[in-house]
Design a protein around this ligand. Structure first.
Ligand code: NAD
Ligand code: MG
Length: 383
């Protein structure tokens, strides 16, 4: 029996995780749940999953959370520190990292340092502070299991050989809602257009990231740190059907891929049950869906984000943290209707060029770079 802490349980990944957990009552118990500010949903989840402890990050939502709790008697915590407390407590064996953005960095690091198994969907902390996260996992003796579908696919496919035999990783991208749009159409895109993802249903931030291909840019860096593969061996192919999630090429030129429906419950389940494969009664992949699988090269001129990832990766140090933070800030401004869609590219590229890269020495350096990038983006927009 594994005791789970689910960080970000009220989000898209959190809800899918609880759906997987429900299928295996003999394997998993929910020890704790956390949310940013969705008090009502967290209360509903507590009533069903019956954790011992829950936490809400936004202290102003604490009273509301208390008012929604009905028939469930456990401990309720509030504030960002509570996330670390739940992620590192001895009673949980497995932490699902499913917060969105840099906010997940500290609790995920706490779990890694304490030697937990950590299923990571929350890619932004790996991008910001990959070397620190990998070092924390080594020091704590913890195991990182990728939940991001492409990284789960690499993880699964890579089992066909050993690390020294790995020649190339190919991450696939759906291409998002603007795969075939003109530059003019992209410049005029509304929030609704950008949030209209063709194949995946996800939280707002990652959906915008999929429309700019920044999600794939972040995933290049995520793959670099998770699999210890140099950037020049990580490629991206656009695959509009979202059935093949990644391909791994070995030294003998054999290519192994992982296929599945675009349904996050499969990579979540694998991360939870690894190294076992169990029947969670998820829908099977019908042959018809594989009849016309297509692959194309990404358009690097309409989507400069991929080049930003290679640039940040080449620069190293604090550059990936700046890439991530500038993007988080730009996406937030776009979602507030303060900037147009294509301005995201200018703001992220601008922050990356203006940043003076520091070596990735410690957490303070990373957090300072993160603050600098957000500020840089805000000032650029205000100017
Ligand atoms: P979401 O917006 O649906 O949910 C985010 C969760 O984090 C919620 O529980 C929210 O309450 C919590 N949260 C938000 N801000 C917070 C803060 N400041 N402090 C504490 N908690 C906070 O996001 P999502 O789509 O579930 O994505 C979660 C992570 O997983 C992201 O990093 C995303 O890139 C990654 N991911 C998501 C998918 C997907 O299908 N949704 C696929 C692959 C990877
Ligand atoms: Mg992904």
């Amino acid at each position: 029996m594994k005791n789970l802490c689910i960080l970000g349980s009220t989000g898209s990944i959190g809800v899918s995780t609880l759906d997987v957990v429900r299928r295996f009552p003999d394997r998993f118990r929910v020890r704790s749940l956390t949310a940013g500010r969705n008090a009502k949903k967290l209360a509903e989840q507590a009533a069903e999953a019956k954790p011992e402890r829950i936490a809400i990050t936004d202290k102003d939502a604490y009273a509301e959370l208390k008012s929604h709790l009905n028939g469930w008697r456990g401990e309720v915590l509030a504030g960002p520190e509570a996330l670390c407390e739940l992620a590192e407590e001895q009673e949980s064996d497995y932490v699902v990292s499913a917060i969105v953005g840099a906010a997940g960095l500290l609790p995920t690091l706490s779990a890694l340092k304490k030697g937990k198994q950590v299923g990571i969907a929350n890619k932004e902390p790996l991008v910001m502070a990959g070397p620190l996260m990998i070092a924390a996992a080594k020091q704590g003796g913890s195991t990182i299991l990728p939940i991001d579908s492409e990284h789960s696919a690499v993880f699964q496919s890579a089992r066909a050989g050993n690390h020294g035999e790995l020649r190339r990783i190919v991450l696939t991208a759906s291409g998002g809602p603007f795969r075939t749009a003109t530059k003019e159409k992209m410049a005029a895109a509304t929030k609704a257009d950008a949030l209209n993802h063709p194949t995946w249903s996800m939280g707002a931030k990652i959906t915008i990231d999929s429309a700019t291909l920044m999600n794939k840019a972040l995933e290049i860096i995520e793959a670099h740190f998770l699999f210890d593969v140099p950037y020049e061996r990580i490629e991206v192919w656009v695959h509009p059907q979202s059935i093949v999630h990644a391909l791994v090429e070995f030294a003998d030129r054999s290519v192994v891929a992982q296929l599945g429906l675009p349904d996050m419950r499969l990579p979540i389940q694998y991360a939870l049950t690894w190294p076992d494969r169990l029947d969670g009664a998820l829908p099977e992949l019908p042959l018809e869906r594989m009849a016309s699988l297509a692959f194309e090269a990404p358009d690097r001129s309409r989507f400069p984000t991929l080049d930003f990832a290679y640039e940040a990766g080449r620069k190293g140090g604090t550059a990936p943290a700046v890439l991530n933070a500038a993007n988080e800030q730009a996406v937030a401004l776009f979602l507030e209707d303060r900037i147009k869609f294509t301005k995201i590219f200018d703001l992220v590229g601008g922050a990356l060029s203006a940043h003076r890269v520091q070596p990735m020495d410690d957490l303070d350096t990373v957090l300072a770079a993160d603050r600098w990038a957000r500020e840089h983006v805000r000032k650029t927009v205000e100017a």
